[in-house]
Design a protein around this ligand. Sequence first.
Ligand SMILES: [Zn+2]
Length: 243
Amino acid sequence: MKKKNPINEDIEIQVAERIILNENNFKFKKYNLFIAFFLIFLLPFIGLEIISNFKLNLNGVNKAKKFLNNDLSILGHLPYKEISKEKLVSIEPNIQVHIDMSEALLKMREDAIKDGIYLVFLSGYRSINLQKEIFYSLKSMRNQIAAERAKVSAPPGYSEHSTGFAIDIGDADKRETDFEVQFENTDAFRWLKKNAAKYHFKLSFTQNNKNVDYEPWHWRYEGSIEALKVFEASNRNLKKLQN
Ligand SMILES: [Zn+2]
């Protein structure tokens, strides 16, 4: 008797266990179906909500970044304060520049002559009022909208010329290329490209600039702390564009 019972008990237990397992399986499947239903119908909504929240956060981050970088540019031009009159010196009857850059600029012209290159200074300091005249009068004359005009001239208050640290340069032997992209084919430009950095001059609007047209004649001085401070934001933007 003792030998029979364990076998029967084993069978009973196995059957009973199977029933319990099946019941559990059924419950489990029902639960899974419910979860799957929930996920299929609700996940897209949850996803959309997460994405839109993420976008909102990103916008916030971008806004904060812009604020931190002090990116106050308009149509690709950064704002510049007008230089105080006492820092201006005349280097020619119609050309005034920042006193910090006058020496380097004149030395550059002298040294160019030694190489047979004759640089002409076309435009130096321009007041915000003069820039206003240039920007708005030319804009209406050429029937251009502000964004188109801004590609070839800075809006008033946004010109490097107002700082006294910018100079437009031409070639005395090729005056027809004054303020023209063709200036890049002159000996004067080739000389400047090779030598201007020695005198702390740098091309402001290169071919890589997306917002402002290429201006091979427009150079800026970065040879003093004041000048570097003035162009800090611009240089930071250039670095960002290169990365
Ligand atoms: Zn210029």
